[in-house]
Design a protein around this ligand. Structure first.
Ligand code: ADP
Ligand code: MG
Length: 387
């Protein structure tokens, strides 16, 4: 993203003065899927695509003048009017202003122009990039940077919950705020403890292939999966009154086998995936410390198989992209995100990259009439002030 580009628009659309520039990234999740609501681990990293905003107090009590450079849309609103703006992009600014205020930041009126290069609908969380960028800016402009990183993560999440109608977890905002170049983060969704792990895949590239489909399924597959997991926990807890079982995180493989017959094959399979996924995240951490990217890739394929066959959240198109990766000898490939569409994330040796991308485009287009979109990603720094 280009600082001069954002600055020129900020100057043009407001009073000619310059402000401060802040940037915040989108994210990938290397492994650890459907684990958050099961008390498990996720393993995200910030990417080299994000949101950049120029911001400057405008001397008013509570008037926000906002310009979306990409949408060429200007919205002015009073963030204390109890309603906020209607434009969905501006609601992120509105929400963050109120949530930062709740954290004790004396937010006043400001001007803001912003742009981004996080592809929409690809699962890289452009919304979290916006929230953490604006939070970082308000914390700096009005709050003496006293609000902690974790509180900014929670302000972003609360913005989604309270002003955008999205009931999300904390991974996206966490990754955007805490990201570091060349590092992935293992976040324990139960305790919120986290640890950085080196990610320097020399000789490999990380690339997302967007299937460009999003299947809206009848019923509520997400809630069904949650219910299955909770049901297994309930049965295990009933068998073990001596223990505390809140989520599948508390359950062992042996305990899962004990309840297999009573919970039925479907719930068993769902829980089997979740326990496996926890082990796979831990195995990937060990492999990264050892610099063993072949094992990382193997675990990514195992996760894909689990998501496809046990958790059953894949779709034909994603399985097709995964099969192509395997045929091309790609080191690792899996669905990224909740499933039913979106991207695969692929760990590819440099010398295979060109032929893999060409083959994936050709075969996918031949079958589905459109090419997958290709996004190279580099693991990069989290929210920051640029100047
Ligand atoms: P994602 O998975 O990328 O977070 P969301 O639906 O949660 O997708 O958020 C996307 C929304 O964020 C868009 O509809 C838009 O309102 C806002 N948004 C994202 N990037 C930009 C941008 N560059 N400019 C303006 N608004 C953006
Ligand atoms: Mg989002």
């Amino acid at each position: 993203m280009d600082i001069e580009f954002v600055r020129s628009r900020f100057i043009k659309h407001f009073d000619g003065k310059t402000g401060n520039i802040y940037a915040s990234p989108g994210r990938i999740n290397l492994i650890g899927e459907h684990t958050d609501y099961n008390g498990g681990f996720v393993f995200p990293g910030a990417v080299d695509k994000g949101i950049m905003a120029e911001m400057r107090p405008n001397g008013t009590e509570s008037t926000i003048r906002a310009y979306s450079i990409d949408l060429k849309d200007r919205v002015d609103f009073d963030f204390h009017d109890g309603q906020g703006p209607r434009a969905s992009w501006a609601r992120y600014i509105y929400g963050i202003a109120l949530e930062m205020e709740k954290l004790g930041v004396p937010v006043k009126g400001f001007n803001i122009a912003f742009a981004g290069d996080v592809p929409l609908g690809a699962g890289m969380s452009s919304s979290a990039a916006m929230e953490s960028c604006f939070a970082c800016g308000l914390n700096d402009l009005f709050g003496d940077n006293k609000v902690s990183k974790w509180d900014m993560v929670l302000a972003g999440q609360a913005t989604e919950h309270n002003y955008c109608g999205v009931n999300c977890g904390i991974m996206d905002q966490f990754a955007s705020v805490f990201g570091q170049a060349g590092k992935l983060m293992r976040l324990d969704c139960r305790s919120r403890e986290f640890e950085y792990f080196p990610f320097n895949p020399k000789g490999y590239k990380l690339v997302l292939l967007n299937s460009c489909v999003k299947h809206e399924l009848a019923g509520s597959p997400y809630n069904d999966r949650r219910n299955s997991c909770e049901n297994v926990v309930k049965h295990i807890a009933a068998k073990h009154p001596e223990g505390t079982f809140e989520t599948l995180r508390d359950c062992t493989w042996e305990q899962l086998e004990e309840v297999r017959a009573e919970v039925g094959e479907e719930d068993y399979k769902r829980a089997h995936f979740v326990l496996g996924e926890k082990d796979r995240v831990l195995a990937v951490c060990d492999a990264l410390v050892a610099g063993d990217y072949e094992t990382v890739g193997k675990k990514m394929y195992e996760t894909h198989d689990g998501l496809s066959k046990e958790y059953e959240v894949s779709c034909e198109e994603l399985d097709f992209l995964n099969d192509i990766a395997k045929e091309c000898g790609v080191t690792g490939s899996r669905i990224m995100g909740g499933g039913f569409g979106g991207c695969t994330i692929n760990l590819v040796k440099d010398d295979l990259y060109d032929s893999f991308i060409a083959t994936a485009k050709e075969k996918y287009a031949a079958k589905y009439g459109k090419e997958p979109k290709v996004y190279d990603v580099i693991i990069s720094d989290g929210s920051r002030k640029i100047c």
